[in-house]
Design a protein around this ligand. Structure first.
Ligand code: FAD
Ligand code: DLZ
Ligand code: SF4
Length: 514
């Protein structure tokens, strides 16, 4: 063996650059289930099980295709429990003096694995770019250079041109780039109980992994069973086809809707598969485009869906690697409060928070608006330390890897990057949640109450947030109106709102349930 070739848990793609570069006859593929990766965040058990099962199946597939693979299971007694440790051990065992890999999607691992001291013997290290994205980092950096504000929308148009998706020559199909004005309807009762994403019964490999995860991670937040995720490329493709057939049509309409009894609505639930490498992002977009061409889904749904993938997904990755390794520690608004227990399933009287957290616990999933406008909005309004918010999101969602999670949390949701990802913070009072969901009618708080014991916490915290950050946001043209509304409010009322908010924040700090 001349080289060891690393395949990480989120690199399960046959077209991975390291595998394309490697030689089946002379190279050894190394894959490893290790504690360092399984514990850098207290991952949801479903997330660990999904990755381990998918890794085992991918290794088996590589062997079937003629590769030599050294696979380390978590309970292997010789396991060194770090990726660098396993690479060094395998290189030593087989007398290899070169390590080949596709660059990891996280600074921590990228740095650790490019450090020659991580390996015992002198070793040549080659890190190739990850080509499973539409834009290269060089392209993104060139696009971003010199712009005062990075706007996803403009970057997205370039990605449409580059991929040719929904393009009619030089022009966007349908005559416009973006059809969002047709999207974002609240869900009505009749939309309840859609069929939901494809579910796969655990096979022997999955069952073995479920037992392992149950044994090794007994106290991680989250329900391991019932486990229904796809764990190989064929199943993930079935999940994609099912989504395109059944739910893509209404993706745009219900993109922002939230329902107590429907965790998935018209969302794809494909992010975990795309991020781990089981689905190729372009393959997903092409399937959606075809549904539009065949008249199976309207343009507003298909354009909106494709924008999330070649727009947002690519944009946040570009930002993560452009901003550098300190990004996850940013705290532009100097928020210091501890993450309340309710995020880990602790008691709360807030129906929306309880629903989002309980669904996160059972499914390792919440859709975008739950992440942004319920759990994210609350953390921002309540001034929670963004590093703690980041650790929570990184742990609890099956699709969470730092390159995509951090810009969404630190940037989009918590405004802790001071406005790199978004030009204004995503904050709202309870009225927005009430409009888009059916949570409020079953809540102990009243969404219409603006002060007093029954007042929806979002209502009082919203003003508290705006007032405590007035100096920063007042001159933002998209926020000025809110400050004018506040200034017109009766003075006694303003005092009551702020003192109610202070009481609530004190209760949060004292770990009393709100
Ligand atoms: P759908 O709603 O059906 O969207 C389709 C696809 O578009 C997704 O599968 C995903 O690949 C892509 N996409 C949509 N929105 C985004 C976005 N903002 N950034 C990147 N890709 C996007 N996404 C992750 O993949 N991992 C994360 O850890 C993650 N953390 C988030 C944290 C917060 C606070 C917020 C507001 C968003 C986060 N997102 C994250 C983005 C988005 O919420 C998820 O991609 C989406 O909910 C995944 O579910 P889905 O596959 O059903 O997506
Ligand atoms: C998330 C994760 C987990 C839980 N376990 C492993 C593992 O045991 N082995 C592995 O190769 N990868 C794992 N991963 C994914 C890595 O953490 C991921 O590759 C990096 O965070 C870079 O995105
Ligand atoms: Fe959430 Fe407020 Fe509605 Fe209760 S009233 S569900 S806390 S938005």
């Amino acid at each position: 063996v001349s080289r060891v070739v690393l395949v990480l848990g989120d690199q399960l793609s046959p077209n991975l650059s390291a595998l394309i570069e490697a030689d089946k006859d002379t190279d050894l593929v190394v894959m490893a289930e290790v504690r360092a990766e399984a514990t850098y965040a207290p991952h949801h058990p479903k997330k660990i099980a999904f990755l381990f099962a998918a890794m085992r199946k991918f290794a088996a597939r590589l062997i079937r295709e003629g590769w030599q693979v050294a696979y380390t299971r978590l309970d292997d007694p010789d396991n060194t429990h770090s990726i660098a440790g396993e690479l060094a051990r395998r290189a030593d065992q087989h007398g290899a003096n070169e390590v080949l890999m596709t660059e990891p999607g996280e600074w921590r691992l990228r740095d650790a694995l490019s450090d020659p001291d991580s390996y015992k013997t002198p070793t040549k290290i080659i890190q190739l770019s990850d080509t499973r994205f539409v834009a290269t980092q060089t392209e993104f950096d060139a696009w971003a250079e010199g712009r005062k504000q990075l706007r996803m929308e403009y970057f997205y148009r370039d990605m449409r041109r580059k991929t040719g998706l929904l393009m009619d020559g030089e022009k966007p199909v349908g005559g416009q780039w973006n059809f969002d004005h047709d999207n974002r309807k609240p869900a009505k009762g009749k939309d309840l109980f859609q069929e939901g994403p494809s579910r796969f019964a655990p096979d022997d490999t999955v069952n073995e992994v479920l037992d392992l995860v149950e044994r090794e991670f007994p106290s991680n937040f989250g329900a391991l069973r019932p486990f229904w995720f796809a764990t190989d490329a064929d199943q993930a493709r079935q999940a994609l086809d099912h989504f395109v057939d059944q739910r893509l049509e209404t993706f745009g309409d219900y993109q922002d809707a939230m329902l107590q009894d429907d965790a998935f609505l018209s969302h794809a639930v494909l992010g975990l598969y795309i991020n781990a490498g089981l689905l190729d992002p372009l393959e997903v977009c092409q399937a959606a485009e075809k549904a539009y061409e065949n008249g199976k889904a309207p343009i507003n749904a298909v354009e909106g869906f494709i924008r999330q993938i070649i727009g947002w997904r690519e944009f946040v990755r570009g930002i993560y690697f452009r901003e550098g390794p300190d990004y996850t520690r940013r705290n532009a608004l100097n928020h210091q409060r501890k993450l309340p227990d309710m995020y880990w399933g602790g008691e709360t009287r807030m129906a929306c928070m309880a629903a989002a957290v309980s669904q996160t616990r059972s499914e390792a999933y919440a859709h975008h608006i739950q992440r942004l406008m319920v759990t994210g909005n609350f953390a921002l309004l309540a001034g929670i330390n963004p590093a703690e918010v980041h650790e929570w999101y990184l742990a609890v969602y099956a699709d969470a890897y730092e390159w995509v999670e951090a810009p969404n949390v630190i940037g989009m949701s918590q405004f802790a990057d001071g406005g790199v990802v978004g030009s204004k913070p995503y904050v709202s009072s309870g009225a927005y949640i009430n409009r888009m969901s059916d949570y409020c009618k079953g809540c102990a708080y009243s969404v219409s109450a603006k002060t007093g014991e029954k007042a929806c916490p979002f209502n009082v915290l919203y003003w508290h947030f705006l007032i405590r950050h007035r100096a920063r946001f007042e001159s933002n043209p998209r926020m000025g109106q809110m400050y004018r509304t506040w200034d017109k409010m009766d003075e006694n009322r303003r005092e009551t709102v702020l003192s109610d908010a202070d009481t609530l924040l004190r209760n949060l700090s004292d770990n009393k349930p709100v």
